[in-house]
Design a protein around this ligand. Structure first.
Ligand SMILES: [Mg+2]
Length: 290
C-alpha cells in the first residue's frame, strides 16, 4: 500500500495552487445551471423523446431515437430543434408564433409542447443535482461566498426547485430575465455581469463556473476573476481554448480550495435568502486591488 497522498486531480492548463489561492480570495460564485449544478440534459432528452415519439407514432413515421437527438436537436434553440427534427422525417409545419398553445400543430406550438413535457418530466421525476457541485456550493455558502445562478434557460427556477437548490441562491439571472431586460446571452458576458452586479460585486470579484464553450467564452470576455470550467463532455482543451482558466471533471475536486469551514460556520444559514455582508473572508478586498 502506498503512503503517497492522492494527487489532486486538477492537472489542466491552470495550476492547482493558483486556482486554490484565487478561489479562496474571490467573493462571488456565478454558476451556470444546466450541466454545472444539474444533469438537466437528461431531462431535456426525455422530454424530446416523449414529444417526438408521440408525434411520429400518430403519423406512422419512423420512431424517434437518441441518435436523432444528437443529430437534430442537441444544442439548438428549441424551435430550431423542432424544425430540424421534423425536416429529417420529411414533415413541414407552419412556423406559427411564440404564443401558439402546446396543442397547435406548428413548429412553435410543438416547441411549446416540448416545454410543457419538460415541466411534466421535472415534476414527475425531479432532477438530482451533481453531488460534487452541491458539496462545493454548500462549502462556499458556509464560508460566506455570495452565490448566483446565471443561466440561459427560461426553466432555471423550476429546475432549481426540482433539484432542491432554489433556496441556496439569492440571485438568479435566467433566460426570462435576459429577454425581458434585453440582456445579451452567452457568449456575450452580459448575463454574468448582471449576476455580479446583482450580488453587489464586480467581475473581478467573481468566479464563473461553466460547462459550455459559450459560457467560458462569456467568462473570458467579461474579465472575471476566474473562469472555472467543468468538463461534462466538451473536453478540457476546448474549455481552456474558449476561456477557462482551469478545468475540472467535478466541482468536488476543488471544494477544498475554497478553504476550510470555520468552526463558527453553520450550513444552517445556507437556506437564507438574506444578503450576506460582502467580502466576509479572505485578504483581498476590492480596495486592495490595483
Ligand atoms: Mg451549461
Amino acid at each position: 500500500m502506498s503512503s503517497t497522498p492522492p494527487v489532486p486531480p486538477v492537472t489542466r492548463a491552470g495550476s492547482l495552487p493558483r486556482t486554490e489561492s484565487r478561489l479562496a480570495a474571490l467573493d462571488g460564485l456565478l454558476f451556470d445551471l444546466d450541466g454545472v449544478l444539474t444533469p438537466t440534459a437528461e431531462v431535456h432528452m426525455r422530454a424530446w423523446s416523449r414529444l417526438f415519439n408521440d408525434f411520429f407514432a400518430e403519423r406512422g413515421l419512423d420512431a424517434y431515437t437518441d441518435a436523432d437527438y444528437f443529430e437534430h436537436v442537441d444544442g439548438r434553440p428549441r424551435y430550431d430543434g423542432v424544425r430540424a427534427m421534423l425536416g429529417a422525417r420529411g414533415v413541414t409545419l407552419p412556423e406559427g408564433t411564440d404564443d401558439d398553445s402546446a396543442d397547435t400543430e406548428t413548429v412553435r406550438g410543438l416547441g411549446n409542447r416540448k416545454n410543457a413535457v419538460f415541466a411534466a418530466e421535472l415534476a414527475e421525476n425531479g432532477v438530482q443535482p451533481y453531488p460534487g457541485s452541491v458539496e462545493f456550493l454548500d462549502r462556499a455558502i458556509a464560508l460566506g461566498v455570495r452565490v448566483a445562478v446565471v443561466s440561459s434557460s427560461r426553466n432555471a427556477v423550476p429546475v432549481l426547485e426540482a433539484a432542491g437548490l432554489r433556496d441556496r441562491f439569492e440571485v438568479i439571472v435566467d433566460g426570462a430575465i435576459a429577454a425581458a431586460e434585453g440582456i445579451a446571452g452567452k457568449p456575450a458576458p452580459d448575463t454574468y455581469l448582471e449576476g455580479a452586479r446583482r450580488l453587489g460585486l464586480t467581475a473581478d470579484d467573481c468566479v464563473v463556473v461553466e460547462d459550455a464553450q459559450s459560457g467560458v467564452e462569456a467568462g473570458r470576455r467579461g474579465a472575471f476573476g476566474l473562469v472555472l470550467g467543468v468538463d461534462r463532455g466538451v473536453g478540457h482543451q476546448a474549455l481552456i481554448d474558449f476561456g477557462a482558466d482551469v478545468v475540472v471533471d467535478d466541482l468536488g475536486e476543488v471544494t477544498g480550495a475554497l478553504g476550510p469551514v470555520r468552526a463558527s460556520s453553520s450550513p444552517a444559514t445556507a437556506g437564507s435568502a438574506a444578503p450576506r455582508p460582502a467580502a466576509p473572508r479572505g485578504t483581498v478586498s476590492p480596495e486592495a486591488r490595483p
